[in-house]
Ligand binder design. Sequence first.
Ligand SMILES: [Zn+2]
Length: 280
Amino acid sequence: MANDISFLTGINDPNLKMDKSGVENTGNYKVIHLVKTGTCYCPVCGRPMLKNGYRRQPVKILALPIANVPTILLIRKQKYICKPSSQCPETVTKIAEINGINHGCRIANNVKQAITLDLRRNESQKDIGEQYYVSPSTVGRIIDSLEDNFTPEKSWLPNTIAFDDFKSGRFAPSGMSMILMNPVNHRTIDIIPSRTSRAFRQYFYRHFTRRARLSVSLVVIDLYGPYRRLIRELFPNARIIADHFHVVVQAYRALQSIRIKTMNHYGPGTHEYRALKRFW
Ligand SMILES: [Zn+2]
């Protein structure tokens, strides 16, 4: 069962089990009823705590949509108690916590991660929010919290780095920010709030040693030009390559424009027009 839950929700917590009511379809959204139990150790004496019933209200957590249907987890949480003893002078109580859901947060961590990754697709906060059934201001808060999550090591940069800009709304004065990534392991290294050349240069001189910059041998960037000279200055040992995502987008656009030109050349009502319109 635990595997099914991880398969459905992407949340890997072996002590998260399906509840009696299972999965419910309300028409507008899916509800997955879960129970979180398992052994819990006392934070004071370290011994296993006694199970003490369940929290009265199940917690409601937003999960990743399943087949484009918004999905909510209703989780009944086990309560625990450690009664006073010689090792544990006072009564200690706890409520089960869930791997992959932060305490007090109503959105699963993997939803926040998916939103962070989608930022590079350059959609508005509203569009991204709609996709995950959260408000644009929630997307904004997730962006705001990114800055605190990254404290890059000053003296080190990976061999290969990648940049991408994304719409960040009120996070940056220009509304656009840069994301600095390690494309090999797909980890985000840092968020650069502004994407102006000046901010970009300042950021690297301020945050990384010369040695760290010299160690970079490959920079992956979109096809947009202006940063290239700056990248040569900042990473003199690096070769610059175009991000395959951007190459694919360019090729796709070029193909689309030829398709439409060809369609119009034959004119509506012709076999060629229909073929290119419907079966392209
Ligand atoms: Zn205890």
